[in-house]
Every structure is written in C-alpha cells, then in structure tokens.
Design a protein around this ligand. Structure first.
Ligand SMILES: [Zn+2]
Ligand SMILES: [Zn+2]
Length: 224
C-alpha cells in the first residue's frame, strides 16, 4: 500500500472507535514515534545530540514520554541534558552576561523546537490531507456519517482545506447532527441538576460534559 492509502485506511479503521478519527490516528502515530525515539536514545548518539541542541522536549511531551516508562532511556537523556547545561554554566560563570542561549530563557524558548511537536504537526498535515482524499469515497462517507464527527480543531482544519462546496456541505451536515445531540445532552444534564427533576435517573447525558471538552480541544494527550 502507498503511504497515502495507508493513511486513508487508518482513518477508516479509526471510525470504528468513536471520537475524532484524526485524533485517534495522530495519537497512535505519535505513540509509535515516541516508542522508536526511546529506542534510539539508548542506541543512537546522534539522536541525543539533536535533543541536546533542542534543549529537550516541550513540557507536555516530556511528561508523555515519562509516562511511557523506560528509566534507562530517561537516565541517558537527562544525564546528557544536565551535563550539557552544567558545562555551559561553568563556561559562563564570571564572564559577561547573556553569552549563551541556555542561560537566557527567553532566547532559549524561541529557539527550542520540540522534535515531537514538529513531528506531530507534519503528521497532522498528512492526515488532514488524507481525510480530504477519503471524502471522495462513498463508503468512507457513509461510515463517517454514522460514526460521528471531527473534534473542533480538526473540523476547522479539514473544513478550511476542502475546496469543493459539496464536501463542505457534507462536513457541516455531519458536524451539525453530532453537535445538536451533544448540546441536547448538555441541556438535559443542566435540567436534571435542578432540584425539581433531581429524582430522574441519569441517562447518556451524565458524561456529556467530558465529551464536550474532548470535542472542543481534542483528547488529553497521547494516552487518551
Ligand atoms: Zn481531532
Ligand atoms: Zn512537544
């Protein structure tokens, strides 16, 4: 299968899981990327050089990686980062201020590019393209219409990228149908919060508030 076909296939499979198919595929792809990365940290000094140059990962991905475990890879990564920082501190102490990026947080932040963030952005771009391609398949559309919707951030990206009016209309229809149901469930939750209706048994609306957050911003992180 060509890489483009693999993406469309993955998206179609993701429709079975419920939730945003793009989020589902990207979470899985990021997890695969991180698993490979952990392996490379132990075995490939060039990967560690690149990480040292970038000053580590962003906060979110540092913790995602930490929760994946692998104490050996983490020990290698952080011994490297800490030693590089200490060397720099030694070289700078007593000299003129502001000579080096690590000691100037605002400059370091501007230069810092988390490798996982960069990879995620590139993957997201490919998957958004793949979703637009998939919309040309009748089977995919039928399944998508049944399965639900895209999260808010991915809907905006896909909606902006499709160029055919009919495809935009289809996307809007599916999104509207899903959001109408979600909005009704939220309102049902609010209604039952009123003491006059508090005796009614909870229904599907009980976790609508969590689904609303997930829809609005996407899932929590790579493990979601
Ligand atoms: Zn999404
Ligand atoms: Zn990151």
């Amino acid at each position: 299968m060509k890489p483009k076909d693999v993406i469309v296939y993955n998206l179609e499979q993701a429709l079975d899981t419920g939730g945003c198919p793009l989020c589902h595929c990207l979470v899985a792809a990021t997890k695969r990327y991180l698993t490979n990365l952990l392996y490379e940290f132990v075995n490939d000094p060039r990967t560690r050089d690149q990480l040292r140059a970038a000053g580590g990962f962003c906060r979110e991905h540092s913790w995602v990686l930490q929760r994946m475990g692998d104490p050996l890879a983490h020990s290698i990564i952080y011994a490297d980062l800490i030693d590089a920082f200490c060397t720099e501190l030694d070289q700078n102490s007593g000299g003129p201020r502001g000579g080096h990026s690590l000691l100037r947080p605002e400059k370091a932040e501007a230069q810092r590019i988390c490798a996982v963030c960069r990879e995620e952005a590139a993957m997201e771009d490919r998957y958004v393209d793949g979703f637009c391609d998939a919309l040309r398949s009748g089977d995919f559309r039928a399944k998508y219409r049944q399965a639900g919707c895209l999260c808010h951030p991915h809907f905006r990206k896909v909606y902006d990228r499709v160029r055919i009016k009919e495809e935009q209309t289809f996307l809007a229809e599916v999104q509207n149908a899903y959001l109408s149901r979600l909005s009704s469930e939220l309102k049902e939750f609010i209604r039952k919060s009123d003491y006059r209706y508090a005796h009614e048994l909870p229904g599907t609306e009980r976790d609508a508030w969590i689904r609303a957050v997930r829809f609005w911003v996407g899932p929590l992180d790579v493990e979601a």
